[in-house]
Ligand binder design. Structure first.
Ligand code: ADP
Ligand code: MG
Length: 445
């Protein structure tokens, strides 16, 4: 082992094992988050932290990296050898000096660069983003955009068509009306139907076109049309950064931005150094009230991914972290573009019927943009609701899980799956723990 490799290896050991990653977030609004927890299958830390077998620079180990983007946080676990990362580090032309970065710093740099690129394109909070410039333009001619922006809009338009407009990025003025966009002035009262109708005149995905040739561009047919990419950009950024890792030869990783996840390959068990598939956890949709925001969320269901030769994605849309309270009304950050209203306006004085709390979409296709699509579909299915959403999910062959709760505490949760969801190896927490117990009993025999 060279001195450089030794240094990398030692530095990497100082980073605590990241067996649990909790996540969430509106794309731009990071203060309130939709949480989704990612758990490695090593069943939390347990006693495994002790007497770990030593790994050499040529052996696989899990490296972690994390950072912030788009008003939320990101987390990654990459299963690689220190040697592999040394090579990537040496080949990285963007390094400003000869300092040797730790494996984690290298990974964070590679991932952050890609994520920042999408923030520069899609942020509605930055006046200089491509989205803000397009929104400010009143021209109905083709407007030049980056290939990435065209690709994001293309996915959004495809999902809009497939969901009868339940997903619609032209919903931007309504998102702002309900204060889920850059306009953060207090909302004193619910908007009137007249106000909503007036704003709806500027909404409708059919008023937007996207092209790639002769050069990437967007075209609005209404001068005042504006777009909001928050419901798809996080997923797209995960795909972009994931593909970057794959291009560098790192094809075993889990990457998550604000609850949207892409994983591929496998990880190594910290104890035995055996390879294990990624297991991702879907959070119980318990409504989070202020001080509970930092509490580790409960997991309702685990999904076991076997993603050896392709990437897999998981995206959850939930109403339990990012919501707004106006008087006794609480509403989610998902706007139904057809009614112009949030999907659910809950009057807290009402008796509580069962309500949709979260929608999770899984994708294990070889589709390169699996996380972007999963992200957008999760929002779309939330808007559609269980009944209509299930119908469309069946028609599309989409893997969708709807979780409804009896009340805010979500002590009682009911599930509705699409048929395709059943092709995944998934278990509720109870089933998962029972299996763990059974395995332990068997191994004792
Ligand atoms: P989640 O992680 O809960 O899915 P996202 O940030 O990914 O949250 O998506 C929700 C965001 O998408 C909203 O904050 C809003 O900006 C935007 N949005 C809301 N309703 C729609 C809709 N019907 N179609 C497209 N985008 C929407
Ligand atoms: Mg989302």
């Amino acid at each position: 082992m060279t001195a450089k490799q030794k240094q990398l290896k030692n530095q990497s050991k100082n980073v605590p094992g990241d067996n649990q990653v909790q996540q969430g977030g509106g794309f731009v609004n990071g203060s309130i988050r939709v949480v989704l927890v990612v758990i490695l299958v090593a069943y939390m830390l347990k006693p495994y932290l002790f007497d770990k077998p030593q790994t050499s620079a040529g052996e696989l180990q899990n490296f972690t990296a994390r950072g912030k983007v788009m008003g939320t946080t990101w987390n990654a676990i990459v299963c690689a050898t220190a040697n592999q990362l040394v090579e990537i580090n040496n080949a990285d032309q963007t390094r400003s000096d000869e300092t040797i970065d730790s494996c984690e710093v290298l990974l964070a740099r590679v991932i952050q660069r890609k994520l920042d690129r999408i923030d520069e394109i899609a942020s509605t909070y930055r006046a200089d983003s491509e989205v803000s410039k397009f929104n400010a333009s009143q021209s109905t001619d083709w407007f030049d955009v980056s290939p990435e922006m065209a690709e994001i809009v293309d996915i959004a338009q495809k999902v809009a068509k497939n969901t009868n407009g339940a997903f619609d990025i032209t919903v931007a003025p309504l998102v702002n009306l309900y204060r889920f966009g850059p306009n953060k002035s207090p909302l004193i009262a619910l908007p009137s139907d007249k106000q909503i109708e007036a704003i709806k005149q500027n909404v409708g995905f059919s008023n937007l076109e996207v092209r790639f040739e002769p050069k990437p561009g967007l075209k609005k047919s209404i001068p005042t049309l504006t777009i909001d990419l928050s419901g798809v950009a996080k997923g797209y950024s995960v795909d972009l950064a994931g593909k970057e890792l794959e291009e560098l030869g790192l094809d075993s990783y889990m990457l998550e931005v604000g609850g949207e996840i892409r994983c591929r390959g496998e990880k190594v068990d910290a104890d035995t150094l055996e390879r294990k598939p990624w297991v991702l956890g879907i959070q119980t949709p318990e409504v989070v009230v202020n001080d509970a925001a930092s509490r580790a969320p409960e997991i309702y269901r685990y999904v076991n991914f076997n993603s050896y030769d392709h990437s897999s994605a998981l995206a959850t849309s939930g109403d339990y972290r990012n919501y707004l309270q106006v008087g006794s009304f609480r509403f989610s950050h998902f706007i139904d573009p057809r009614t112009g209203k949030p999907t659910e306006v809950v009057n807290e004085n009402d008796s509580k019927a069962e309500r949709l709390g979260s929608v999770t979409v899984l994708s294990k296709s070889c589709d390169e943009l699996s996380c972007a699509e999963a992200d957008a579909y999760a929002t779309a299915f939330f808007v559609l609701g269980v009944k209509k959403g299930s119908e469309i999910a069946e028609k599309l062959g989409a893997s969708v899980l709807f979780l409804a709760r009896k009340d805010d505490s979500a002590k009682e949760v009911s599930e509705v799956f699409s048929s395709a969801f059943n092709s995944y190896d998934s278990k509720t927490l109870d089933q998962f723990e029972n299996k763990d117990q059974t395995e332990k009993k068997q191994s004792k025999k």
